[in-house]
Design a protein around this ligand. Structure first.
Ligand SMILES: [Fe+2]
Ligand SMILES: [Fe+2]
Length: 175
Protein backbone atom coordinates (compact mmCIF):
# COMPACT_ATOMS: atom_id res chain seq x y z
CA UNK A 1 0.00 0.00 0.00
CA UNK A 2 1.18 3.53 -0.78
CA UNK A 3 2.62 5.53 2.08
CA UNK A 4 0.22 8.24 3.25
CA UNK A 5 0.99 11.55 4.90
CA UNK A 6 -1.04 12.39 8.03
CA UNK A 7 -3.38 14.44 5.81
CA UNK A 8 -4.23 11.30 3.86
CA UNK A 9 -2.39 12.44 0.75
CA UNK A 10 -0.34 9.86 -1.15
CA UNK A 11 3.25 11.07 -0.78
CA UNK A 12 4.67 8.56 -3.26
CA UNK A 13 2.13 9.57 -5.90
CA UNK A 14 2.86 13.26 -5.25
CA UNK A 15 6.60 12.74 -5.75
CA UNK A 16 6.03 10.58 -8.83
CA UNK A 17 3.79 13.26 -10.38
CA UNK A 18 6.46 15.91 -9.74
CA UNK A 19 9.26 14.01 -11.53
CA UNK A 20 9.18 15.57 -15.04
CA UNK A 21 11.17 18.71 -14.31
CA UNK A 22 11.05 20.04 -17.89
CA UNK A 23 7.27 20.44 -17.54
CA UNK A 24 7.85 23.27 -15.06
CA UNK A 25 4.59 24.02 -13.22
CA UNK A 26 2.60 21.25 -14.96
CA UNK A 27 2.74 18.00 -12.99
CA UNK A 28 1.68 14.57 -14.23
CA UNK A 29 -1.44 15.00 -12.11
CA UNK A 30 -2.67 18.03 -14.11
CA UNK A 31 -6.34 17.29 -14.77
CA UNK A 32 -7.08 19.77 -17.55
CA UNK A 33 -7.15 19.14 -21.31
CA UNK A 34 -3.96 21.17 -21.70
CA UNK A 35 -4.19 21.79 -25.46
CA UNK A 36 -7.85 22.79 -25.21
CA UNK A 37 -7.11 25.14 -22.30
CA UNK A 38 -4.21 26.75 -24.20
CA UNK A 39 -6.45 27.24 -27.27
CA UNK A 40 -9.14 28.77 -25.07
CA UNK A 41 -6.61 31.11 -23.44
CA UNK A 42 -5.22 32.13 -26.83
CA UNK A 43 -8.72 33.06 -28.04
CA UNK A 44 -9.17 35.09 -24.85
CA UNK A 45 -5.75 36.71 -25.45
CA UNK A 46 -6.85 37.71 -28.97
CA UNK A 47 -10.07 39.15 -27.53
CA UNK A 48 -8.19 41.20 -24.93
CA UNK A 49 -5.75 42.57 -27.53
CA UNK A 50 -8.62 43.63 -29.82
CA UNK A 51 -10.24 45.30 -26.79
CA UNK A 52 -7.00 47.20 -26.07
CA UNK A 53 -6.96 48.46 -29.67
CA UNK A 54 -10.64 49.44 -29.66
CA UNK A 55 -10.36 51.36 -26.37
CA UNK A 56 -7.15 53.06 -27.51
CA UNK A 57 -8.80 54.10 -30.77
CA UNK A 58 -11.71 55.55 -28.77
CA UNK A 59 -9.44 57.21 -26.21
CA UNK A 60 -7.38 59.03 -28.84
CA UNK A 61 -10.26 60.05 -31.11
CA UNK A 62 -12.99 61.10 -28.68
CA UNK A 63 -13.48 64.86 -28.74
CA UNK A 64 -15.72 67.40 -27.05
CA UNK A 65 -15.42 69.64 -24.04
CA UNK A 66 -17.71 67.48 -21.92
CA UNK A 67 -16.15 64.14 -22.82
CA UNK A 68 -13.08 64.27 -20.56
CA UNK A 69 -14.40 61.73 -18.02
CA UNK A 70 -15.41 59.35 -20.84
CA UNK A 71 -11.96 59.69 -22.39
CA UNK A 72 -10.39 58.84 -19.01
CA UNK A 73 -12.65 55.79 -18.68
CA UNK A 74 -11.60 54.53 -22.14
CA UNK A 75 -7.93 54.88 -21.19
CA UNK A 76 -8.42 53.03 -17.90
CA UNK A 77 -10.17 50.18 -19.68
CA UNK A 78 -7.45 49.99 -22.37
CA UNK A 79 -4.84 49.65 -19.61
CA UNK A 80 -6.82 46.94 -17.81
CA UNK A 81 -7.45 44.93 -21.02
CA UNK A 82 -3.67 45.01 -21.61
CA UNK A 83 -3.18 43.68 -18.09
CA UNK A 84 -5.60 40.83 -18.85
CA UNK A 85 -3.68 40.04 -22.04
CA UNK A 86 -0.45 39.87 -20.00
CA UNK A 87 -1.99 37.53 -17.40
CA UNK A 88 -3.33 35.22 -20.14
CA UNK A 89 0.02 35.08 -21.97
CA UNK A 90 1.76 34.29 -18.70
CA UNK A 91 -0.67 31.46 -17.92
CA UNK A 92 -0.23 30.01 -21.45
CA UNK A 93 3.54 29.90 -20.82
CA UNK A 94 3.01 28.21 -17.45
CA UNK A 95 0.98 25.54 -19.26
CA UNK A 96 3.87 25.04 -21.69
CA UNK A 97 1.98 26.60 -24.58
CA UNK A 98 2.80 29.47 -26.93
CA UNK A 99 0.90 32.78 -26.73
CA UNK A 100 -0.36 33.82 -30.17
CA UNK A 101 0.18 37.55 -30.83
CA UNK A 102 -0.09 37.22 -34.62
CA UNK A 103 -1.84 40.40 -35.80
CA UNK A 104 -2.85 38.77 -39.10
CA UNK A 105 -5.34 36.48 -37.35
CA UNK A 106 -6.18 38.56 -34.27
CA UNK A 107 -9.65 39.75 -35.25
CA UNK A 108 -10.73 36.36 -36.59
CA UNK A 109 -9.76 34.72 -33.28
CA UNK A 110 -11.26 37.44 -31.05
CA UNK A 111 -14.71 37.01 -29.56
CA UNK A 112 -15.26 40.78 -29.42
CA UNK A 113 -15.15 43.22 -32.34
CA UNK A 114 -13.06 46.27 -33.18
CA UNK A 115 -14.89 49.58 -33.57
CA UNK A 116 -13.92 52.87 -35.17
CA UNK A 117 -17.07 54.92 -34.58
CA UNK A 118 -16.79 58.73 -34.70
CA UNK A 119 -19.67 59.38 -32.35
CA UNK A 120 -19.01 58.99 -28.61
CA UNK A 121 -22.33 57.31 -27.90
CA UNK A 122 -21.67 54.78 -30.67
CA UNK A 123 -18.27 54.10 -29.07
CA UNK A 124 -19.85 53.51 -25.66
CA UNK A 125 -22.43 51.17 -27.18
CA UNK A 126 -19.75 49.20 -29.07
CA UNK A 127 -17.76 48.85 -25.84
CA UNK A 128 -20.78 47.71 -23.85
CA UNK A 129 -21.51 45.05 -26.47
CA UNK A 130 -17.85 43.93 -26.45
CA UNK A 131 -17.79 43.75 -22.63
CA UNK A 132 -20.95 41.65 -22.60
CA UNK A 133 -19.41 39.35 -25.22
CA UNK A 134 -16.29 39.05 -23.05
CA UNK A 135 -18.34 38.30 -19.92
CA UNK A 136 -20.28 35.58 -21.69
CA UNK A 137 -17.15 34.03 -23.22
CA UNK A 138 -15.37 33.95 -19.83
CA UNK A 139 -18.48 32.47 -18.25
CA UNK A 140 -18.46 29.64 -20.81
CA UNK A 141 -14.70 29.06 -20.37
CA UNK A 142 -15.07 28.85 -16.58
CA UNK A 143 -17.91 26.37 -17.02
CA UNK A 144 -15.85 24.23 -19.44
CA UNK A 145 -12.80 24.13 -17.18
CA UNK A 146 -14.85 23.17 -14.14
CA UNK A 147 -12.56 21.79 -11.44
CA UNK A 148 -9.93 20.45 -13.88
CA UNK A 149 -7.52 23.43 -13.67
CA UNK A 150 -8.11 25.57 -10.56
CA UNK A 151 -5.39 28.15 -11.35
CA UNK A 152 -6.75 28.90 -14.82
CA UNK A 153 -10.27 28.93 -13.44
CA UNK A 154 -9.23 31.42 -10.76
CA UNK A 155 -7.57 33.67 -13.36
CA UNK A 156 -10.64 33.62 -15.63
CA UNK A 157 -12.92 34.49 -12.71
CA UNK A 158 -10.62 37.38 -11.75
CA UNK A 159 -10.69 38.76 -15.33
CA UNK A 160 -14.46 38.23 -15.68
CA UNK A 161 -15.10 40.30 -12.54
CA UNK A 162 -13.25 43.24 -14.15
CA UNK A 163 -15.23 42.83 -17.40
CA UNK A 164 -18.41 43.06 -15.33
CA UNK A 165 -17.16 46.35 -13.86
CA UNK A 166 -16.35 47.55 -17.39
CA UNK A 167 -19.86 46.70 -18.63
CA UNK A 168 -21.34 48.56 -15.67
CA UNK A 169 -19.12 51.61 -16.41
CA UNK A 170 -20.22 51.64 -20.07
CA UNK A 171 -23.87 51.29 -19.12
CA UNK A 172 -23.51 54.31 -16.80
CA UNK A 173 -22.19 56.35 -19.75
CA UNK A 174 -25.00 55.41 -22.14
CA UNK A 175 -26.99 58.50 -23.12
FE1 LIG B 1 -10.31 42.31 -20.35
FE1 LIG C 1 -13.27 44.89 -20.44
Amino acid sequence: MAESTPSGLDKEAIRAAARNLQDGPVTAGYQGDRQAVIKMLNDALATELVCVLRYQRHYYTVTGRDNGPIKAEFLEHATQEQEHADWLAERIIQLNGLPDFNPATLLARSHAEYDASDDVQAMIKANLIAERVAIESYRQMIEQIGASDPTTRHLLIKIMAVEEEHADDMRDLLG
